[in-house]
Design a protein around this ligand. Structure first.
Ligand SMILES: NC(=O)c1ccc[n+]([C@@H]2O[C@H](COP(=O)([O-])OP(=O)(O)OC[C@H]3O[C@@H](n4cnc5c(N)ncnc54)[C@H](OP(=O)(O)O)[C@@H]3O)[C@@H](O)[C@H]2O)c1
Length: 242
């Protein structure tokens, strides 16, 4: 807890918080004083991250939610709002990828699964939390996109489509919500050293992949910016390409 506690009155929901980037974001927001609600499908992994945050002096709890199931998202959001009555920060981070071949060889159910988690779930989360944020005239919805949402991705076409889609959806929602003092932002990383996809990032050189904590620092910057400031998008690359 070596940072000033600037988010002490805020509830922060982080999806995909059981490992990787989401766990790093949850730890960072908790270190800034937020009460963090972590969600993913693996309860043991979630409990581990919650225990780490509490051991460091932070406030955290977890609830499982399978983001492919709209009714589970609805229940999750209802329970968060019943418990806390408000939510200032939503980080749509959970995501899955498929990079095993060209689009025409990808099974249709893989596309549906990826679209449900990477694109429909952020929409359903925004839909469920936005009314509370609008009523409070305060809120920040931070979406972890990807540089795959800016570029062609051979052998990852459907993943790229989810992130191009997420970008289009969220820059549009940002314009809808900013009049209510609710900010919607995008963070678009290149390769991050996590278990994501086929774990290729573990083969990168030390400077060839971003650390999850680097993404968490960007999210912290967005969440702590001045009221009048709206950083709408951040792109972040590894220093080296390889
Ligand atoms: N790593 C990279 O190189 C990279 C680069 C650019 C963008 N990104 C984006 O960053 C985000 C986080 O990726 P990461 O690298 O941290 O990946 P990761 O280590 O594979 O973590 C993915 C997270 O998503 C959760 N998740 C997966 N399926 C879910 C479901 N059906 N319902 C709820 N949660 C689910 C996982 O938890 P459970 O397994 O417990 O459900 C896990 O917490 C993703 O949106 C990804 O597209 C990653």
């Amino acid at each position: 807890m070596n940072q000033p506690a600037t988010l002490t009155d805020q509830i922060a929901v982080v999806t995909g918080a059981s490992r990787g980037i989401g766990a790093a974001i949850a730890r960072k927001l908790a270190s800034l004083g937020a009460q963090v609600v972590l969600t993913a499908t693996n309860p043991n992994q979630l409990s581990k991250v919650v225990a780490e945050i509490r051991a460091a002096g932070g406030r955290a709890e977890s609830r499982t939610c399978d983001l492919t199931q709209p009714e589970q998202i609805e229940t999750f959001v209802r329970l968060v709002l019943e418990t806390h009555g408000h939510c200032e920060i939503l980080v749509n981070n959970a995501g899955v990828g498929w990079f095993q071949g060209p689009l025409h060889e990808m099974p249709p159910e893989t596309l549906e699964h990826m679209f449900a988690i990477n694109l429909r779930a952020p929409y359903l989360m925004l839909r469920a939390f936005a009314p509370t944020m609008i009523a409070a005239k305060r809120g920040h919805i931070i979406n972890i996109s990807s540089l795959a949402g800016k570029n062609p991705v051979p052998n990852g076409a459907a993943y790229a489509a989810t992130k191009w889609g997420l970008n289009g959806m969220m820059v549009s929602a940002a314009e809808e919500l900013r009049q209510h003092q609710v900010r919607v932002s995008l963070v678009a990383p290149g390769t991050v050293r996590t278990e994501f996809g086929s774990g290729l990032s573990s083969q990168k050189s030390a400077l060839g992949a971003i650390a999850p904590d680097d993404i968490a620092s960007i999210v912290a910057l967005l969440a702590t910016q001045a009221d009048e400031s709206f950083i709408s998008e951040v792109q972040i690359r590894p220093t080296l390409k390889k």
